[in-house]
Every structure is written in C-alpha cells, then in structure tokens.
Design a protein around this ligand. Structure first.
Ligand SMILES: NC(=O)C1=CN([C@@H]2O[C@H](COP(=O)(O)OP(=O)(O)OC[C@H]3O[C@@H](n4cnc5c(N)ncnc54)[C@H](OP(=O)(O)O)[C@@H]3O)[C@@H](O)[C@H]2O)C=CC1
Ligand SMILES: O=C1OC[C@@H](O)[C@H](O)[C@H]1O
Length: 383
C-alpha cells in the first residue's frame, strides 16, 4: 500500500527547527516505522536568505548523516523557501506547520496557521498563558484541524518503558515524586537578546525548562494507574530572579495529586542538574529513577525497598531504552502527527490537550505567584 506523505511547512530556521527538519528526512525504517512518510515542502523565515540557507544545509547532508536518506528519496524535491511565515501558511502544498519560534510567538504563529487551514505541531511551551492555549484549542475544534504541543520526550522509547513498569504495579503505591531540569546557560555571557534572557521572548528557566520536569510528572504520576486526580494543582511555588532582565533564574513548584502524592519540580538556568537522577518516583515497594538529561534520557533504574516489599521486589534493575540511532529524537512526535492526521483525528491521545492544559496551568500559577517581569502576562490572546 502506498503511503501519502505528510507535507510539512517549517517556520523559523533556528536551532530546534533545524533538528526537527533533519528528523523528518530520516528513513522511518531505522526507527522500525513503516506506516508514515514525511516530506518538507516549505520553509519560512523572517529572511528568505535564511530560509534558503536552511534548505541548502539540509540538502548538503553527508553520507553518514541520517537525514541524507530523505534528501535522496524526494523529501525536499518540492521545497520552497519563503521570507515570511505567512507564505508558508498560504502554500497549498503544506498540510501541517511546525512552529519552532521563541515561546512568546507560538500563539500568534499557531493561530495564523490554523486560520489559514493548516494542521499545527508547536514547540514547547505550547503558549505563554493558558488563555492563549484555550483559544488555540477552540480554533482547532472549530476548523477541525490537528493541533499538538511538540513534547518530544513523551514519544521516546524510554517513556513507554517507564510507564510499562509503573503500570505493572510492581513498585506499589506512589509516595512522593521529584523532577528537575537544570543546566548552566551561562546567562551572564549571553547577549540581552538571548531567548533565555529576553522577557520579550519568554526568557527564564520556567517556560523553557519547565516542560521537562513536567513531562516526567505527567508520565510517572499523572498517568499512574492509581492516580484519580486529573486536575493536579500547584500548592506552593517560588522563583528566584535573574536581575539583569527580571526573568526567573530558577523556579520551584510543588504539585499535589489529590489522594496520591506530592511532586517537587524544579528548573535552574545557572547550574547543572544531578547526572544520575532527573526524575524520581518513590513508591512503597521501590523507586524508579530516570537519569539525566530529562529531555532525552536513555536509562532508568528500578531500586527495590526489600524491607518494605514483602520479598516480592528484590532485584535492582537498570533499563536502557535510547532513541534509535540516526535521529535527534523528534521523529517520533512527527510520526504521531502523521498518524493522527491520516486517521482524521485532531488531537493526539499520547499528547492530549487536557494534559498540555494542566502543565500550562502550573506555569501560569508559578509565574503569577512569582516576582518576575512575566508575572501576570497573558500574551497575545484575543489578538
Ligand atoms: N523540543 C526541544 O528539544 C527544544 C525546543 N525548543 C523550543 O523551540 C523554540 C525555539 O528555540 P530555539 O530553536 O532554541 O531558538 P533559536 O533562537 O535557535 O531559534 C528561534 C528562531 O525563531 C525565529 N524568530 C522569530 N522571531 C524571533 C525573534 N523576535 N527573536 C529571535 N528569533 C525569532 C528565528 O528564525 P527566523 O529568523 O528564520 O524567522 C529564530 O532562528 C522555543 O520555544 C524552545 O522552547 C528549543 C530547544 C529544544
Ligand atoms: O527544549 C529544550 O531541550 C533541550 C534544552 O537544552 C533546551 O534549552 C530546551 O529548550
């Protein structure tokens, strides 16, 4: 059976858009996938030169680079470079728009793409505020278009393996959770315009890094078979301020899954996290520990509590489940978009809107309780 390729329009030519575009061109069989095909038909940038350079760099793939497969097999054959994002939305050869712009533009870009009749896959954090996100969800429903937050980690092989262990029930009942994404961006050495520094780009650790402790909280606690609370709330939070621009240098927030457990989540952009532990769920029979980095971990451990486990959980186990070689880890979420669209679905079951809403709601609470210059900002909702 021949597969109809999903035709992607990429907007922006920055770091993550480059990685995403490369992954679209990797041979799906290298990740054991045979039901989807991706092609890139448009790249939009604020500068047409940048769009064309982006395309040329993809085309110049070396033999040992995974995306060279797509270049050779028609993945860029009909691609056009544009000097605006609007031209991508208007291109009839584009089915879905991938948004890789800084956070504060996600709402504007996704809204424009949906209004032009395109499906949307938008980088994390989905939007600046929950109000912006709700507007996008309403629009996707009204227009019957697919819309998903690009939380790539959710689709990694390790995410499914961790959930398999938790669903088996062998670790028992969750007692407490913690997760961290910290990395030293050396902010003092960055220009004012850096996306981690500039408030106009949604700078600070919370919005950029917060999706990662949150993704593990969602996968390990929220999805735990014993969790019944589908609207877990932030019960306490704190943000330290990066004085030069007034964004947060670090954020801490405690979430309560009513009737189950508390989760302690943290981000920091001035220091690195602990290599052996990025997320930890402690249960009554044993612990599950995921190694760093939270966005693309390869390894997790099961650590029994023999004194508590009635003898049925005694073996310490280390499980490796890296992403398949040759892709950056973004191909899996792109496959999800292709499958949902082929089935006529406008929402992903693996990355549902309600779960993006939960996390976006936590960020709103932390921002609104904190003292940064982003406190209370609602972004471009209604515009
Ligand atoms: N899933 C993941 O692993 C990652 C996700 N991200 C997310 O992707 C988004 C972009 O991050 P990243 O690629 O690192 O950022 P970059 O700064 O590398 O790229 C952002 C791009 O957005 C476009 N852009 C549009 N308006 C502006 C503006 N006013 N200032 C700067 N750039 C602008 C530019 O492209 P052009 O000039 O072509 O229009 C620019 O190259 C963020 O929301 C971030 O959270 C980031 C890193 C990893
Ligand atoms: O999404 C991300 O993942 C990797 C990090 O290095 C990056 O800052 C962040 O945006």
């Amino acid at each position: 059976m021949s597969i109809k390729p999903l035709r992607w329009g990429i907007i922006s030519t920055g770091g993550i858009a480059t990685k995403y575009a490369q992954d679209l061109l990797v041979d799906p069989s290298t990740r054991e996938v045979s039901d989807v095909k991706h092609v890139i038909t448009a790249v939009g940038s604020r500068s047409v030169d940048s769009a064309n350079k982006f395309i040329d760099a993809l085309k110049a793939a070396k033999a040992d680079e995974g995306w060279g497969w797509g270049v050779k097999n028609g993945g860029l054959d009909n691609v056009k470079g544009y000097g605006s994002y609007e031209e991508v939305y208007a291109d009839p050869n584009v089915d879905i728009v991938y948004i890789g712009t800084p956070h504060t533009f996600h709402h504007r870009n996704a809204k424009d793409a949906l209004l032009a009749g395109k499906h949307v896959c938008c980088e994390k954090p989905f939007t600046l505020s929950l109000e912006e996100l709700d507007e996008l969800i309403a629009l996707a429903k009204e227009k019957n278009l697919f819309l998903m937050e690009a939380v790539w980690t959710r689709f990694h092989p390790i995410a499914y393996k961790v959930q398999e262990v938790l669903k088996s029930g062998k670790l028992g009942k969750p007692k407490r959770f913690s997760a961290d994404f910290s990395s030293d961006f050396k902010p003092d050495q960055q220009p004012d315009s850096h996306r981690m520094i500039d408030p106009k780009l949604g700078g600070g650790s919370l919005l950029d890094m917060g999706p990662y402790p949150s993704v593990w909280a969602m996968l390990m606690v929220h999805h735990h078979p014993l969790n019944k609370d589908k609207t877990p709330k932030v019960v306490s939070s704190y943000q330290s301020i990066y004085k030069r621009s007034g964004v947060d240098a670090s954020s801490r927030w405690i979430v309560e899954w009513d009737g189950l457990c508390l989760g302690n989540l943290m981000t920091d952009m001035t220091t690195s996290g602990f290599a052996d532990n990025t997320a930890l769920l402690q249960c009554d029979k044993g612990d599950l520990v995921v190694e760093n980095p939270p966005y693309k971990p390869s390894t997790f451990h099961i650590v029994p509590h023999p004194q508590l486990s009635d003898g049925d959980l005694t073996k310490r186990e280390t499980i490796h489940a890296p992403v398949h070689q040759g892709n950056n880890g973004m191909a899996y979420e792109a496959d999800e978009c292709a499958r949902c669209i082929a089935r006529g679905e406008i929402e992903s079951k693996r990355m549902p809107w309600d779960e993006s809403r939960v996390v976006q709601g936590w960020f709103d609470t932390v921002r609104n309780e904190g003292g940064t210059v982003l406190k209370g900002k609602k972004g471009t909702v209604g515009q």
